[in-house]
Design a protein around this ligand. Structure first.
Ligand code: SF4
Ligand code: SF4
Length: 347
């Protein structure tokens, strides 16, 4: 049994943006010798499949984890949850505030309260998520990590001895050697990577696009499974909605996030912070982001969703269905209004 270590996992940015890579390296290097911390580097969280070794590594961490990634905190948390990396929400003080949606006067109100079905099988440990757009300074992250280490009192087992006890130890070894990972990554960037370097790095990922469900908001109403005509959603053994076939989702399309009555569906790579998982603060103002699910031109969220779904159906060589399919749970007034609006449009 070892002490009370916090495992810090840095999820790399997509591409090779030098500023982002430098920040990742500065944090990694500083943490290698940091007492009370184990540190590792994995590929971009959202792009890793469930059986990617980086995801297996995350699943193997037994104690408290702090995950740094280039996504909104909610997107990090619920992407981890879907893979079974669960824990109580650890409080973080270093926050990224979205700036690119422009709230208008109507949005100047408190965020709504949600009452979702929550996560299941949550172990007694904390998961801290930090969006790496929060600061460009490694010192800000180090200060936050030290604060968390100081407040941490939950006993964990030693990471190395835990992993040594599993059949995946050889595969996951690379994540336990951050200096070697860094050296290999630099060799790859400079075009001088040897085969040994490549073996020290995680397998490649590709950019992906799929919905992530925030179960703190989701009420299991099943509107998304009715609306999606591409077989993305399913239910688990407890009859809870889940994103079953992630890669069936249509790249760039966020249609079901606009249909979800609880704003529980996140597309972490969408350009609108509301859809990408922002948490109710834009430019420092607390607002109800749910109003940002529609179009800038006043098009309602449902109209946008129906149009986006029809476009994908047509691209698939199928018939557009308009609002006639998958909106049966909608309140009649809202539905009639939508039908009138759609009649006036020309899809
Ligand atoms: S539509 Fe939203 S609230 Fe309803 S089941 Fe889907 S994710 Fe959950
Ligand atoms: S965006 Fe479209 S294809 Fe993807 S899950 Fe939602 S409705 Fe289905």
């Amino acid at each position: 049994m070892a002490g009370t270590k916090l495992t810090v996992v840095i999820c790399q940015a997509q591409g090779r943006n030098p500023v982002k890579r430098q920040l990742e390296e500065d944090i990694l290097i500083s943490l290698i010798a940091e007492p009370g911390v184990d540190v590792s580097l994995v590929p971009h969280l959202y792009d890793m499949s469930h059986d990617h070794t980086g995801m297996l590594f995350l699943k193997s961490v037994p104690g408290n984890i702090l995950v740094l990634g280039w996504l909104f905190e909610r997107a990090i948390r619920w992407t981890l949850d879907r893979t079974g990396v669960r824990g109580h929400e650890g409080l973080t003080l270093l926050k990224y505030e979205a700036e690119d949606d422009e709230p208008d006067e109507d949005l100047d109100e408190e965020p709504r309260q949600y009452n979702g079905i929550g996560s299941v099988h949550v172990p007694n440990r904390n998961i801290y998520c930090v969006d790496m757009r929060a600061s460009e300074s490694a010192d800000a992250y180090l200060a936050e990590i030290r604060r968390i280490v100081t407040e941490n009192s939950v006993q964990t087992v030693d990471l190395m001895s835990f992993i040594n006890g599993t059949p995946k130890a050889a595969q996951l070894q690379r994540y336990l050697q951050p200096e070697r990972q860094l050296e290999a990554r630099r060799a790859l960037d400079s075009g001088a990577a040897t085969s040994a370097d490549k073996e020290s790095l995680p397998e490649d990922t590709r950019r992906r696009w799929y919905p992530v469900i925030d179960y703190s908001r989701c009420t299991n109403c099943m509107e998304c499974i009715d609306f999606c005509l591409f077989g993305v959603y399913g239910v688990d053994a407890l009859d809870r909605i889940l994103v079953e076939e992630q890669d069936n989702c249509k790249k760039g399309c966020p249609a079901c996030s606009r249909v979800c009555p609880e704003n529980a569906i996140i597309f972490p790579q969408h350009k609108s912070p509301a859809i990408a998982g922002a948490d109710g603060e834009v430019s420092g103002i607390k607002i109800d982001l749910s109003k940002l699910f529609g179009g800038d031109d006043g098009t309602s969220a449902l109209e946008m969703a129906v149009g986006e779904r029809d476009r994908e159906l047509i691209l698939d060589g199928r018939e557009a269905v308009g609002a006639s399919v998958g909106l049966k749970n909608r309140d009649r007034d809202e539905f009639d209004e939508l039908m009138d609006d759609l009649d006036a449009l020309d899809f």
